[in-house]
Design a protein. Sequence first.
Length: 422
Amino acid sequence: MWHRSPHLTYAISGVGSLTQIMVKDILCISNGHGEDRIAAYICRELLTLGVKVQALPLVGAGHSYGSLQIPLIINNEQNLPTGGFARSSAQALWQDIRGGLLVTTRQQWRLIKQWVTQHPQGLVLAVGDIVPLAMAWFSGAKYSFVATAKSEYYWRDSIGKLRGVPTPLGGSYFYPWERWLMHRSRCLANFVRDELTRDYLHRYFHLPVSYCGNPMMDGLAPQGIDLPIPADEWTIVILPGSRPPESYHNWQTLLVCAQVALRFLPHKVHFLAAIAPSLDISTLEAILLQKGWLKTRDNHFKLGNGELYLVANGFADCLQRAHLGLAMAGTATEQMVGLAKPVITIAGTGPQFTKKFALEQKHLLGCAINLIDKPAQTAEVLEWMLGSADYFQLLVKNAQERMGASGASAQIAQRLAKLSLP
């Protein structure tokens, strides 16, 4: 249920008349490739509603905003060593500090304050986690929060607490300081990613949160790129993530999993490697050649009964076409699950896709995630999966509960545009 913000104010216009001051300017801040993509779709919907939008990607260059013609307040080419995962360990934090984290953060902070000064009736929209949320609060402006990284599914499901998973600090996956920021008078709206989380936060913490669906599932309609793959032949998508250099290490591991799948499956297999704009295709090609793949033409490779395509601008087509995913990614894996397709994951060296991250992702996404410890187990998962009569039906129900349907970006944008400001 949508809870209308109680913080509605009115300006006197003429004798005895009241006029709402509606949101006209929004600064959207997000922290990561997946978060940028979600934010960009919300921003696109806001623009269609007549709201002026600018964006500030906190990590990377913000390719997702550029692809949808969302204007940035900075051309950010700073790629930190951890790709935005400095909080994963003290070592990761030190790497980013040496790589310019403090200088970048100061510059971003000045830009946010400058925008707020220039737009006294503006709204700051934080998309992601505690980092953009805290920046929105410190800005002094009215703000809203789209919580893409948090869900109560990480430690419980519709039945109750997950066995062997500790109760999070404060009794929610949203930490006390996050809930505090979400309950401030300047926070006009909070949007969570699933019904379970909304209901839990309402019941136990009386937080003003809404569920409009999951914007991760928007923009996944196929674009009709040419993939010369027969409909009756197996297709597996490879998702190495979007943050170099970690993604290149993930790529090597996933290619080993792909070769195990080739040895197990007796028929022809097509692999679609969905490549994020932040990755260098020549580096991926070099690793393919090292692993024994033969390049037959641009972005096409062969090995035994397998063919592999490097696809740089067809992410949605790859996900829609595939029967299975081999993944060491965040948002992309979640979108695959949202399409009711199974995924095999394997932990890497980080800073993002560590054993801890992979296990938490399994808790979040349920039965669609098949987490293995070593590439050789790919064959075991395939054998079980192909022999299970009910598994693929369970994936449909799991997708609906964990990820929801498309259309959330438009609903969130409509509610943001209707907010009133003092």
